[in-house]
Design a binder for this molecule. Structure first.
Ligand code: FRU
Length: 498
């Protein structure tokens, strides 16, 4: 907020005071995390996913490649394992295998962001790294969300812009829910999309700027058809192949699954015309997805949890994680596919692989590996045409408890299910993805970590992501053939690095 009544010297000293008070708040927040570290229990800690060192995490923010590192910021409450006034936590990696936690980047320190630095994005301009975020306040029950910027020249320390907030109120097409700026450059201009909604329909609002500071409202880029949510959060728009893709995370729909739209963007009128709508992930724990800025590949991360659900690790003083990094591509039919990054192969340790095909007979179950672990990658290809069973079931059977995770495929309908209902802690449930049309082969690539499972079916045609909280540390994958035999074409399985 500008204090125009001060003369320039006074203004400078006020700015320095503000920077200092922000710095002190960041130090306090980092100290809170350091203090919590010894109290964080290992019980459900993940081995190869990014999670907070302690306390609460939600959305990935400011995903950007800058000076040789992939930077990942995230919504963070450093004072408890529940959501609270949002800070931006920060980590970076060169390879998506080894992560380095960095000092907290943003803390709510100003009038305009006093109740939280909400989600946003990052862009590189010359040597500088700019973060765009939503300043959040609730005053007498009224929501006030404004758009702000903070800048760094070393990728670690950020100074909030003197001219904040850069966008002070929502346009008449929006509502007080007006947040999550995603910024990018196109043909020499900067663009920003914001999530909002009006009259019960979620929408995405487009802004344009020449200098990243002065933003001009362009109009409604896209909106819900009336069934797709009341507020759209965390919008992201980007070119992919010769199309554009819009991602949104909806409020006001039952399952809150992230939606994607494939279509065309007309920059002259500021409109995106969707042609195809799909679900980005069919699991319960995949939300607030964002793609990276500054990379050739379209890489994405999502928050691997969900709002309003039980997170058992809170009692161990941490909550929340991000998904594995995934690459988005469009397939020949124009649908989006999400694949784990090839870099993740470096996680592979001991392996079992059966290259030739084998058959699991009717009413039999076959253990697929002796790699007893809770930290596995499994790649399985089934020959559906030569399998007579109507259903294929893969079970992760936990060894010291009766817990199970089931992955089931219905050959006739092409439906794939993830069933976590036999794990009683957390959010047990049954989740369905439709693979259309049912093909000749089913390829499943599964990543199991201590408290997460990510299923990639048919080269990312559908993915299902869930948090799981089994008591047991080890599991044996088994294939079940019920009313007929199942032909497995190939199988590979690895212990993954811890
Ligand atoms: C999405 C979201 C964002 C908001 C942030 C607050 O999960 O609700 O819209 O900026 O979380 O933490």
């Amino acid at each position: 907020m500008k204090m125009t009544y001060k003369n320039s010297n006074q203004q400078t000293s006020l700015d320095t005071e503000r920077d200092t008070s922000h710095r002190l708040l960041l130090q306090k927040a980092d100290a809170s995390i350091r203090q919590a570290l010894p109290t964080v229990s290992d019980t459900h800690r993940l081995h190869y996913h990014l999670m907070p060192q302690a306390h609460w995490m939600n959305d990935p923010n400011g995903l950007v490649y800058y000076r040789g590192y992939y930077h990942v910021f995230y919504q963070h409450h450093p004072y408890s394992s529940d959501w609270g006034p949002m800070h931006w936590g920060h980590a970076r990696t060169k390879d998506f295998i080894t992560w380095e936690h960095l000092p907290i980047a943003l803390a709510p320190s100003e009038d305009y962001d006093a109740d939280g630095c909400f989600s946003g994005s990052a862009v590189v301009e010359g040597d500088l790294l700019h973060l765009f975020y939503t300043g959040h306040r609730v005053i007498d029950g009224e929501l006030i969300q404004v758009q702000c910027k903070a800048t760094s020249s070393d990728g670690i320390h950020f100074i909030k812009d003197r001219r904040n907030p850069l966008i002070t109120s929502f346009p008449s097409d929006g509502s007080p829910d007006f947040r999550d700026p995603k910024v990018w450059r196109h043909h020499g201009s900067w663009y920003m999309v914001l999530g909002s909604g009006r009259d019960g329909r979620g929408n995405v609002l487009l802004y344009k700027s020449q200098d990243l500071t002065q933003w001009e409202y362009v109009g409604v880029l896209a909106h819900s058809d009336g069934t797709q949510g009341t507020i759209w959060e965390c919008p992201d728009l980007f070119p992919l192949g010769d199309r554009h893709v819009l991602l949104i995370s909806p409020m006001g729909v039952k399952d809150r699954r992230v939606m994607y739209f494939v279509g065309d963007m007309d920059y002259d009128v500021g409109k995106f015309t969707p042609e195809y709508v799909g679900t980005l992930d069919y699991g319960p724990d995949f939300y607030a997805v964002q793609t990276f800025s500054g990379t050739e590949r379209r890489l994405m991360l999502a928050w691997m949890d969900a709002w309003e659900c039980d997170i058992p690790s809170k009692k161990d003083n941490w909550a929340g994680a991000l998904t594995l990094p995934r690459e988005l591509v469009l397939d020949e039919s124009g649908k989006l596919r999400a694949q784990p990054l090839p870099e993740l192969q470096k996680l592979r340790q001991r392996s079992i692989s059966v290259a030739r095909s084998f058959v699991v007979e009717k009413d039999q179950s076959m253990p697929l590996t002796d790699l007893q672990d809770a930290c596995l990658e499994l790649n399985l290809v089934l020959a559906l045409n030569s399998s007579t069973a109507s259903h294929f079931t893969l079970c992760f059977c936990y060894t010291e408890s009766s817990e199970q995770i089931l992955i089931r495929y219905n050959k006739a309908t092409g439906e794939l299910y993830l069933d976590t209902s036999k794990i009683h802690v957390g959010q047990p449930g049954l989740y369905k993805a439709a693979l259309h049309p049912p093909g000749e082969r089913l390829e499943l690539r599964i990543f199991l970590d201590r408290s997460s499972i990510e299923v990639f079916a048919n080269q990312g045609e559908a993915t299902i992501t869930a948090r799981i909280y089994p008591r047991s540390q080890t599991t044996i994958p088994r294939v079940f053939a019920l009313d007929g035999q199942i032909k497995v074409k190939s199988l590979e399985c690895w212990n993954l690095a811890k």
